[in-house]
Design a protein around this ligand. Structure first.
Ligand code: ATP
Ligand code: LTN
Length: 335
């Protein structure tokens, strides 16, 4: 018999995405697709993390557009507003407040170990913002405000999740049990899709070269040209081999979009070359993204509908966040 799990027993899922640029197939294969496919049976919250976005400089008009675009793409990719709350981080002030409180519990040394900060700040040197350094505290606040059980993310966020658990534990041992310890959920495959122009760097929204990433809203022509131009090695045989990172990356993308087994893919390209693989891969991506793009186009025709979904989302989550913040304030003597 079909049984509906009671609200109280359902595990809470929380994740976030930055509205900093065009959403790419790395975000999709590593995160969004999983958020969409495992909504049933969970209590899901997905956040457009605009306060994280401003840790690097953003053009105000562009940022406003990208917040709405990110929300629309989540719904287009299958996030169902009946099963999941989608909201904009800055609309719930408890995130910034709890981040400040956590700042006052996190030793500098923990933050200095964060590899994402080290990588991102290398490029910016002295211009790097304090907010970027503090990014993991805000992320911990996002997660801990909602008694989150599971955090589905790509591989790059693993260390931030560890810091979140560490700060939750430190709070609990200082002030008594308050926060649940969240578990990261990192997909076995596709958790780190690499740049098409450089298979040693993860595909990223901030990748500057045009051939770096396939974006979810790219046209078929753009997808073909990016995939045909992707870096490869000079060997011939097509098979899954981590020692050949550029080819491996293309094959993983192929695998995830088709759902085929590795042996089937290798058999399909036996005796064939890179051109065949790339041609086929481009079509597979185009077909895979077609329904998302179609739904996106439909949704953009009704901006008021997206706004109403975001209002619905924030009204579901704000009371949860405010309740947690109140408890925290009481525990530490602010009330
Ligand atoms: P930026 O490059 O600006 O830091 P980003 O591309 O990493 O942005 P986020 O908004 O920070 O994007 O990430 C959204 C989700 O996508 C996160 O769960 C993240 O782990 C995942 N993700 C990002 N890049 C990849 C990738 N290359 N492969 C797999 N998952 C990824
Ligand atoms: N840092 C994350 C985005 C993010 C997030 C979160 C993810 C912000 N807050 C809370 C999971 C849970 C990133 O993908 N770069």
């Amino acid at each position: 018999m079909f049984t509906v799990m009671s609200e109280a027993k359902r595990k809470r899922v929380f994740s976030g995405i930055q509205p900093t640029g065009n959403i790419h197939i790395g975000n999709y294969l590593g995160a969004i697709r999983h958020w969409a496919s495992s909504q049933v049976g969970f209590d899901n919250i997905f956040c457009i993390v605009d306060l994280h976005a401003i840790t690097t400089s953003q053009d105000p008009r562009m940022l406003r557009t990208r917040i709405r675009q990110a929300a629309t793409l989540l719904f287009a990719a299958g996030i169902d507003p009946r099963l999941s709350a989608v909201f904009v981080q800055s609309h719930v002030s408890a995130h910034a407040e709890l981040a400040w409180i956590l700042n006052c519990l996190i030793p500098m040394g923990w933050m200095q170990r964060m590899t994402q900060f080290k990588e991102k700040s290398q490029k910016q040197k002295e211009r790097v913002l304090v907010g970027l350094f503090d990014y993991p505290a805000l992320m911990a606040a996002d997660i801990l405000l909602y008694e989150t059980d599971l955090v589905p993310v790509g591989e790059d966020q693993k260390q931030h999740l560890e810091l979140t658990r560490d700060v939750a534990q430190r709070f609990n041992s200082t002030y008594g049990l308050t926060f649940k310890l969240p578990e990261p959920v990192i997909p076995r495959k596709g958790a780190r899709i690499m740049g098409l122009d450089d298979p040693t760097k993860k595909m990223s929204k901030s990748g500057s070269r045009p051939g770096h990433a396939v974006y979810l809203l790219d046209s078929p022509e753009e997808i073909r040209s990016k995939i045909m131009g992707a870096t490869t090695d000079s060997l011939r045989e097509i098979h899954f081999d981590k020692g050949r990172p550029a080819l491996h990356n293309l094959l993983v993308i192929y695998e995830l979009f088709t759902g085929l087994r590795r042996a089937e893919i290798e058999a399909r390209f036996k005796g064939k070359g890179y051109i065949d693989l790339k041609r086929d891969l481009a079509e597979v991506i185009i077909e895979g993204l077609r329904p998302v793009q179609q739904r996106y186009r439909e949704l953009t025709m009704d901006a008021a509908y997206i706004d109403s979904l975001l209002v619905g989302g924030v009204s579901k989550v704000r009371p949860i966040a405010e309740k947690t913040l109140l408890i925290v304030k009481e525990k530490i003597g602010l009330r």
